[in-house]
Design a protein around this ligand. Structure first.
Ligand code: PG9
Length: 638
């Protein structure tokens, strides 16, 4: 009591916080170390290493992230590693339960790491990065350190992660460190212009501006995007152009934004950092499992592009592919359904237990006794079945082939499927049939039903962005500025595996135009087992093409007005069966707003800076010569 009284008697009254708090963690089933690992240029990267207390000769699973290593390794305050390591990229039922040492590192410039952040860091020594470091050298230096400084490990490292954290494993495959034994790039960002986060075929994905702001303008994501309207449609349309909104929100203070607006075309900036092109020049030496989501709203291009690029170099069968009915990162959690679309089993659990776990164990554990996985595991939507295949695209293990079939537009909103190979498009004589619509930039077609919730992942806040690709497309088919073509009711299943390719013959009365093509599965008028699916229009594959890049993605050119011209562009990969009783639909429109910025429909040098007077109505004609080349599994066509 005397000591207590004397503490009160002191002036000033001492604070109650100890100089250093030592967490009583002896009872935890893991040990956590935070280290600053030096890179070759002296910059140190914050790295959290979580070691199962009983670990001896355990392999390490590394994730290199811009999303806060400390946060990712303290998701839940728990004494148990599998409870603590919940959340994005941690796959606790594989990593913690599998006895792996978990390593999460902040990339340079983010959170606890030193150095400067570069959103898409080009290769060291290239025109756009004259320094000696990039994500491949940082991965190398990190793995070098880990393989020598974690006594509880067997010195083997795997690198794993999704999206941005799926891009960093790909970069680790460039001149890989010998201790890198396996890579698992999940829904990776690969080509920011062709089909991943920033553009699709030249159209800018402006709703990512919030992400760019939060991710780049401060080290710890302290600055936040603010909204000015309940409906995102209003936020973007009131601003006018993406460039103007960037000015209003302060996005243009970020160096990355300045690069984006300086490189709207597929110039050397984007081409030189396209990861598929970089990896195509490398030998395949590290077993790699690429993971692709069929309804990935962010990086639907990357995994398949890398597969196509590196498979030809795969002399020793080290390249694997898993395709699932997932949204962005859906494989990490319960993936029994997406929106109202049910898959009859938890496809995320199947992926983790039957594909990922044996793959990692086989190459990283010392006993290497795990059963080999099939080269390709692909979930087939429609029938809801997993298929084990030898390569991709492959229709089935034996006895069937994929041949291009033609899904051609016809009069009276009809769509005709023939399994003959399509003939190339030619400019038609004016007497050829067409349908037309007015595309009005003042009333662009919403990419989903309004009011459109803001970009984000918090379902509790109504942010349903991650599943918008399975939204019912009925809203769009009822508009006069969306053309809709439909087959009759199918009497036999129609299976497609691979990329549908849109071949449009189209004209515009303007001098620039966007073309959106959507391939849709129309459910039967009534569905007894799930009434809300009656007549549902489920998008199977869809994309946008910016007309100014018709002749070349490198150079924008005005479009000749009122002249039918061919446009050709690939849509994302599908692995789908249109079931008997369903119909196939194609929708065509000229805006997808506000996901993509509006095309002013008047040719301007740089659409980021289009002025209000540049936005003009245009009459768009789609000729019935247009078709979608479908990768049809021939055995299923009757
Ligand atoms: N799609 C996000 C992203 C990847 C790469 C660059 C920028 C953004 C992500 O989910 O990480």
């Amino acid at each position: 009591a005397g000591a207590l009284i004397s503490a009160y008697a002191q002036t000033p009254l001492p604070g109650e916080t100890p100089d250093e708090f030592k967490a009583p963690v002896e009872s935890f089933d893991y040990i956590k170390r935070s280290v600053m690992i030096p890179m070759r240029d002296g910059v140190k990267l914050n790295t959290v290493i979580v070691i199962p207390r009983k670990a001896r000769n355990a392999p390490m699973l590394l994730t290199r992230t811009p999303y806060n290593a400390a946060d990712m390794t303290s998701h839940a305050e728990s004494s148990q590693m599998d409870v603590m390591l919940q959340g994005y990229d941690n796959l606790p039922d594989v990593i913690a339960k599998g006895g792996y040492i978990r390593v999460v590192q902040d990339v340079r410039g983010k959170y606890g790491s030193e150095g400067g952040y570069v959103m898409n860091r080009p290769m060291a020594g290239s025109l756009f990065n004259s320094s000696e470091v990039d994500h491949s050298t940082d991965a190398w230096d990190t793995i070098e350190w880990l393989s020598k400084n974690v006594p509880e490990s067997n010195g083997k490292v795997g690198i794993i992660g999704g999206s941005y954290d799926g891009f960093t494993p790909l970069m680790a495959l460039v001149n890989p460190h010998p201790a890198l034994k396996v890579a698992v790039p999940m829904n990776p960002m690969v080509d920011g212009w062709r089909g991943d986060d920033w553009f699709h075929h030249g159209a800018f994905r402006q709703i990512n501006m919030a992400y760019i702001l939060e991710q780049v303008v401060t080290r710890r994501n302290d600055a936040h995007w603010f909204t000015s309207h309940y409906d995102d449609y209003d936020v973007f349309i009131r601003a006018g152009s993406a460039g103007e909104l960037a000015r209003q929100r302060g996005v243009e203070q970020s160096g990355f934004w300045r690069k984006v607006v300086a490189h709207p075309a597929y110039d050397a900036f984007w081409q030189s950092q396209a990861v598929d092109k970089i990896l195509a020049k490398q030998p395949v030496t590290v077993p790699t499992l690429l993971v692709h989501g069929l309804w990935d709203a962010e990086d639907i291009y990357g995994a398949i592009a890398v597969y196509k690029a590196i498979k030809p170099n795969d002399k020793d069968n080290k390249v694997f592919l898993a395709i699932g009915p997932w949204n962005h990162g859906g494989q990490d959690g319960d993936a029994s359904k997406l929106g109202p679309i049910k898959f009859n089993s938890d496809t995320g659990l199947y992926f983790r237990e039957q594909i990922l776990m044996p793959f990692l164990d086989r190459y990283l554990k010392d006993d290497a006794s795990a059963t080999p996985i099939a080269p390709v595991n692909a979930f087939e939507t429609g029938t809801n079945k997993w298929r084990a295949l030898d390569s991709w695209p492959a229709a089935c293990t034996t006895g069937c082939v994929i041949a291009p079939a033609t899904l051609r537009l016809a009069a009276n909103a009809r769509l005709n499927l023939t399994n003959s190979a399509p003939t190339p498009l030619a400019a038609p004589a004016q007497k050829n049939a067409y349908d037309e619509y007015i595309s009005d930039p003042a009333k662009p077609v919403p990419f989903r039903q309004r009011p459109i919730p803001p970009f984000g992942y918090d379902e509790a806040k109504g942010q349903t962005w991650p599943r918008w690709l399975v939204d019912d497309q009925r809203e769009a088919s009822g508009r006069t500025d969306v053309l809709t073509y439909t087959t009759g009711v199918l009497t036999a299943p129609v299976k497609i595996s691979g990329e549908p390719v849109a071949h449009l013959l189209a004209s515009t009365s303007g001098s620039d135009a966007d073309w959106v093509v959507k391939l849709i599965d129309v459910y039967p008028d009534q569905v007894a087992a799930q009434p809300e699916l009656g007549g549902y229009q489920l998008m199977i594959s869809a994309d946008i093409f910016r007309g100014r890049y018709r002749e070349s993605p490198v150079t924008a050119k005005p479009i000749a007005a009122n002249t039918p011209l061919p446009y050709r562009f690939a849509l994302p990969t599908a692995n789908h069966v249109f079931l008997p009783g369903h119909r196939i639909m194609v929708q065509i429109q000229s805006s997808w707003f506000p996901l993509y910025d509006r095309n002013p429909q008047t040719f301007v040098q740089n659409i980021f800076y289009a002025q209000p007077a540049d936005y003009k109505k245009a009459t768009q004609r789609i000729y019935h010569d247009s078709y979608i080349a479908l990768p049809l599994v021939s055995a299923t066509v009757r």
